[in-house]
Unconditional design. Structure first.
Length: 128
């Protein structure tokens, strides 16, 4: 009798772990479905795992559509900045650049991210 109970409990535990493992491995969150607080956390976590040189398409696949987008063609290459919301500043229902982390792309390749990189980008655009 004790062996039967143990076997049933063991089967239940293994089944539970298998289902949890499958969900964790197969489920991919869609950033568009997240509340703004969850999306900030998701974006910050994903941005922390990006690598320089990634393509813009790869970044968008990971993070979803940007909250704000800027682009400019120049003789030195096409520049684009995607802004993803990563922190809360004002409860006004509007996402602004100061609530976002900028990702800077040149010719569709990630070359930098963060506020300092965006300021450098702006300075370079003013000089051209």
């Amino acid at each position: 009798m004790k062996n039967k109970v143990f076997v049933i409990l063991a089967i239940g535990a293994v089944s539970y772990l298998a289902i949890v493992g499958a969900v964790l491995m197969l489920y991919q969150a869609d950033p568009a479905d997240l509340q703004w607080q969850e999306r900030e956390t998701y974006n910050a976590r994903q941005i922390g795992q990006l690598d320089l040189g990634m393509s813009k398409d790869s970044v968008i696949r990971i993070l979803g559509s940007p909250d704000i987008n800027e682009a400019k063609a120049s003789p030195k290459g096409d520049m684009q900045v995607l802004f993803y919301r990563t922190h809360h500043v004002t409860s006004d229902g509007i996402t602004t650049k100061d609530e976002c982390t900028p990702l800077v792309f040149k010719d569709n390749e990630l070359i930098a991210w963060g506020n300092d990189s965006y300021r450098d980008y702006q300075d370079n655009q003013r000089r051209e």
